[in-house]
Design a protein around this ligand. Structure first.
Ligand SMILES: Nc1ncnc2c1ncn2[C@@H]1O[C@H](COP(=O)(O)OP(=O)(O)O)[C@@H](O)[C@H]1O
Ligand SMILES: [Mg+2]
Length: 105
């Protein structure tokens, strides 16, 4: 579900099309899954507020729950959600979590 939400966000950010990349790699005892898009990106305020429950820039469409729930899920798995984004340069959301933890999620 977390990945589905990230993919939907990426598609929303690329109404004119673009490139969606999903990568996974291991970093010691952790796995990092990164979802990148070449879409609109986020300004500083949006980036800071994006994981707040109910924060959305999609009036009438967005629930503002996708990133907030994703962050809760990652924290429950003793992991973290980090976002790299800049206006016009696209967005990458990194999900990092322990391999052992993942087995029990
Ligand atoms: N890949 C992305 N590119 C640009 N903006 C994004 C991206 N993902 C999230 N956002 C921003 O973060 C906000 C919150 O995202 P989310 O919690 O998934 O809620 P929603 O998608 O329902 O608006 C979005 O409204 C959007 O402004
Ligand atoms: Mg969303």
């Amino acid at each position: 579900m977390v990945l589905v939400n990230l993919v939907l966000n990426a598609l929303d950010a690329m109404p004119q099309g673009g490139e969606l990349t999903i990568a996974a790699r291991s970093i010691g005892p952790h796995v990092r899954i990164s979802v990148s898009d070449t879409g609109c990106g986020m300004d500083e305020v949006t980036l800071r507020r994006s994981t707040e429950p109910l924060y959305t820039t999609k009036p009438g469409r967005g629930t503002g729950l996708g990133l907030s729930i994703a962050q809760d899920v990652l924290r429950a798995a003793r992991g973290s959600l980090d976002i790299d984004s800049a206006p016009g340069r696209g967005t990458t959301v990194h999900l990092t979590f322990p391999i052992m933890g993942a087995i029990h999620v």
